[in-house]
Design a protein. Structure first.
Ligand code: ADP
Ligand code: MG
Length: 648
C-alpha cells in the first residue's frame, strides 16, 4: 500500500487515524506490526484485510487495486484469501466448535459435507478432535483461540491476519499459539501479526513499528536466530493469494444459499428457545384466530345454507293474485297440467290449505291442513317417520286418509300412542292416520314449524273439506338451483298464454338466498379481518424481536462478515429467521386453530374447518415473516463490518 490515509468522521469533523502508510508485504512473509495502543494497528489491519477501505491512497493486492472494491467483492475476497484471528477469539457462542470452523466455508459455497470433513480434520490436527461438539463457553481460552485459528484456515487462509492473538492468553498458551503461527508461516502462509508486545514482535522475521498512524521503522528482526530455523521438509511453496474474479460471483440467491440460511436460522432460533417461542406466540395466536374465525364463518354459512335448502332453494311457488290488484284469478289443475311437462322440473305439487280443527277423542288441536298431490312428501323434503304417505290411488278415490306432521301428531296423540290406523275427526269427518312425517334435516322432535301440519290427498280435500277446485298454491321443484330462473320464465309465459293475463305470482328463494349469502360473506370477511389484526400484531412482535436480535448480535454479524459473508448473506439469514419463526408459528397456529374449530360451538353452529383458511393463514404467516423480517434483515446487512466487529 502507498500513502494510505484513513479518516473517520467524528461529529461534524473528521479525525485522521492513518497519515499516509506505505508498505509492501511479500507472499509468504511473516510480518509483525507493533505499536502502542491507539496507534492505528487495528485500523491498518482492517484495511489490509479488506474489512475497510482507505480514505485516500493506493492499496494493491497481488497486483490488483483493491482500494475501491464494492462491499460484496470485498466480502468475497475476505472469505477466500484471509483468515482473521482476534484477541478475543470472536467465536459464535451459539455454535459448536466444528460449526464455528465451518463458517467461512459456507460463504464461499463449499458443500456441507466437504465443509464438515475439512473442519473436523482441522480440529483433529490441533488436538481438539474430542471437543468438536462443544460450544465456545465450554472451552478454555487457549482452546477457543485454537478453534479460531482453525476457522482462519478453513478456506485456505492464504493471508493470516492476527490482531493481538495472544493478548488474552497466559504465557504458556501464548507461546503455544505463537508456535502454531510459526508453523503456518513455514507452511507457506503469509502472516501479519499485530501486537504491542515487543517480545512477541521480535519472533517475526520482519517488524514494522507504527506510532500515531505513521510507520516509524520497518526492519528485519535481529532475534531471528533464537527461533528454530525452518527445516527443509516443513517448508512449502507460499500460498499465492488470487483474488476471485468478479464473473465468478453468484448473482442469484441459489437454493443452496437458501438452505444454508435456513440451517443457520434454525440454529439461531434453537439457541434461544424460550424467546423464539414467545416471538412465535404472537403468530400462533394470529394464525389460530384466523383459522378459527374463518371456520366459524364457514360453519355458520353452511348451517344457514342447510336451513335454506330445507326451505327449498330449488322450489318455485305459484300463487293466485295479480301483483297490482288483490282480487285475483284462480289456479286450478288445468294450470298444473299446462306446466308439468316443462323440462328441468322434478315435481309439480298443487295444494290447498286452511286452518282446521283436528280432533282425537277428547283432544282438539288446530293446525294447517294441506290437501296436496301424493308427490308432496318428496317435493317438500318430508321424511316419513311412521307408516307411509298416501298414494295416487288414495287420491283417485278421495280416500279419507291423513298424514300428520310430527308436531300435530304429538299434540294429538302424545308420544306413547301409535297413531297409525287411528281415526281423527277433521271438519267433523273421520280420517284415518296413515303416516307421520317430519322435515328432512330438521330437528325431528316436533319443534319445526313445517311439522305443524296435517296432509290429506288433494282430491279428498277438494271434495270433503274445501269444496272447491281452487288451488292455494302450486309448488314446482326444479332439478337444480341454477335452472330456477329459466323455469320461472317458462312457467310465466305458459301460464300467460293459457290465462291471457298475469293474475298469478311466482315466488322463488333466489333473492333471499343471495341476500343471505351476501350477509354471510360480509360476516366472514369481518371475522377474518378482525383475526388478521392479531396476525399483524404478531408480525410486529416478530419485527421487534428481530430488531433487538440484530442489535444483540451485531458482533456476530461482524464476525460473519470477516469470514466472508456478503451483506445479502446476512440479510438472507435474518430474513430466514423471521420467516422460519412465522412458518413454525403458522404451523402451530393452524394446529391450535384446528383444535379450537373442533371444540368450539357458537350457538348451534359448529365451525367447519376447510383447507382454504388453513392455506390462507399459512400464506399470511409466511408473508408476515417476509414483511416484518425485511426491515431488521436489511438493517443487519447494512452494518459496516468494522463497526459491527468492534461493537460490544
Ligand atoms: P490500535 O489497534 O492500534 O489500538 P486502532 O486502530 O483501533 O488502534 O485505533 C486508532 C485510533 O483510531 C484510535 O484513537 C481510535 O479511537 C480511532 N478509531 C478507530 N476506529 C474508529 C472509528 N470507527 N471512528 C472514530 N475513531 C476511530
Ligand atoms: Mg487494536
Amino acid at each position: 500500500m502507498e500513502g494510505v490515509i484513513k479518516r473517520y468522521p467524528v461529529g461534524d469533523s473528521e479525525i485522521e487515524v492513518l497519515h499516509g502508510v506505505s508498505l509492501r508485504i511479500e507472499v509468504g512473509e511473516f510480518v509483525a506490526i507493533i505499536g502502542p495502543s491507539g496507534s492505528g494497528k487495528t485500523t491498518l489491519m482492517n484495511i489490509l484485510g479488506l474489512m475497510d477501505s482507505p480514505t485516500e491512497g493506493r492499496f494493491e493486492l497481488n497486483g490488483r487495486d483493491v482500494s475501491r472494491l464494492k462491499p460484496d467483492e470485498r466480502a468475497e475476497a475476505r472469505g477466500r484469501l484471509f483468515g482473521f484471528i482476534f484477541q478475543r477469539y470472536n467465536l459464535l457462542t451459539t455454535q459448536t466448535a466444528v460449526e464455528n470452523v465451518e463458517l467461512p466455508g459456507s460463504y464461499i459455497g463449499m458443500p456441507a459435507a466437504k465443509r464438515r470433513e475439512r473442519a473436523l480434520a482441522l480440529l483433529q490436527e490441533i488436538g481438539l478432535g474430542h471437543r468438536v461438539e462443544n460450544r465456545p463457553t465450554q472451552l478454555s481460552g487457549g482452546e477457543q483461540q485454537r478453534v479460531a485459528v482453525s476457522r482462519a484456515l478453513m478456506n485456505g487462509g492464504g493471508i493470516i491476519l492476527a490482531d493481538e492473538p495472544t493478548g488474552a492468553l497466559d504465557t504458556v498458551r501464548g507461546s503455544e499459539l505463537m508456535a502454531r503461527i510459526h508453523g503456518l508461516h513455514r507452511a507457506g502462509h503469509t502472516v501479519i501479526l499485530i501486537t504491542h508486545d515487543p517480545g512477541i514482535a521480535a519472533e517475526a522475521p520482519r517488524v514494522i513499528r507504527i506510532v500515531d498512524g505513521k510507520i516509524i521503522s520497518d526492519e528485519p528482526s535481529d532475534q531471528r536466530k533464537v527461533l528454530p530455523s525452518p527445516t527443509g521438509g516443513e517448508s512449502e511453496t507460499p500460498v499465492q493469494p488470487v483474488l476471485p474474479t468478479p464473473e465468478k460471483r453468484r448473482r442469484l440467491i441459489l437454493l443452496a444459499d437458501l438452505m444454508e440460511a435456513l440451517r443457520m436460522a434454525n440454529h439461531a432460533l434453537r439457541a434461544n428457545l424460550f424467546r423464539t417461542f414467545l416471538t412465535m406466540l404472537g403468530v400462533i395466536i394470529g394464525v389460530a384466530s384466523v383459522v378459527t374465525m374463518l371456520s366459524i364463518g364457514e360453519g355458520s354459512q353452511q348451517s344457514m345454507m342447510r336451513s335454506m335448502s330445507r326451505m327449498g332453494t330449488n322450489i318455485l311457488r305459484i300463487e293466485p293474485g295479480a301483483k297490482t290488484s288483490l282480487s285475483g284469478g284462480n289456479l286450478t289443475l288445468q294450470d298444473v297440467a299446462a306446466i308439468s311437462d316443462l323440462s328441468h322440473i322434478l315435481h309439480v305439487v298443487p295444494r290447498v290449505w286452511s286452518m282446521q280443527m283436528l280432533r282425537y277423542r277428547d283432544k282438539t288441536y288446530s293446525c294447517s291442513v294441506v290437501a296436496a298431490s301424493p308427490n308432496y312428501s318428496e317435493a317438500e323434503n318430508r321424511l316419513i317417520v311412521r307408516g307411509g304417505f298416501f298414494t295416487e290411488n288414495d287420491n283417485a278415490r278421495c280416500a279419507p286418509v291423513v298424514v300428520l306432521g310430527m308436531k300435530a301428531c304429538l299434540e294429538l296423540f302424545g308420544s306413547s300412542v301409535d297413531p297409525i290406523g287411528k281415526y281423527i275427526l277433521l271438519n267433523n269427518a273421520p280420517f284415518m292416520v296413515v303416516g307421520v312425517v317430519t322435515v328432512r334435516g330438521g330437528s325431528g322432535d316436533g319443534r319445526d314449524r313445517e311439522d305443524d301440519v296435517a296432509i290429506i290427498p288433494l282430491a279428498t280435500g277438494e271434495a270433503r273439506i274445501f269444496r272447491s277446485n281452487r288451488l292455494s298454491q302450486i309448488g314446482v321443484q326444479v332439478d337444480e338451483y341454477k335452472n330456477v330462473d329459466l323455469v320461472q320464465d317458462e312457467i310465466r309465459s305458459r301460464l300467460n298464454r293459457l290465462r291471457q293475463q298475469e293474475d298469478f305470482r311466482i315466488f322463488n328463494q333466489a333473492a333471499m338466498i343471495e341476500a343471505t349469502k351476501h350477509a354471510q360473506d360480509t360476516f366472514r370477511f369481518l371475522l377474518g379481518a378482525v383475526a388478521s389484526v392479531s396476525l399483524v400484531v404478531g408480525g410486529i412482535g416478530v419485527m421487534n424481536i428481530m430488531l433487538v436480535n440484530v442489535v444483540e448480535r451485531t458482533r456476530e454479524i461482524g464476525v460473519r462478515m470477516a469470514c466472508g459473508a456478503r451483506s445479502r448473506d446476512i440479510q438472507l439469514q435474518f430474513l430466514a429467521e423471521a420467516v422460519l419463526v412465522c412458518l413454525l408459528g403458522g404451523l402451530l397456529g393452524v394446529a391450535l386453530g384446528a383444535i379450537l374449530s373442533c371444540v368450539i360451538v357458537v350457538g348451534d353452529t359448529k365451525p367447519v374447518l376447510t383447507l382454504g383458511p388453513i392455506l390462507l393463514s399459512f400464506a399470511a404467516a409466511f408473508i408476515t415473516g417476509v414483511l416484518f423480517g425485511f426491515l431488521p434483515a436489511r438493517k443487519a446487512s447494512k452494518l459496516d463490518p468494522v463497526v459491527a466487529l468492534s461493537s460490544e
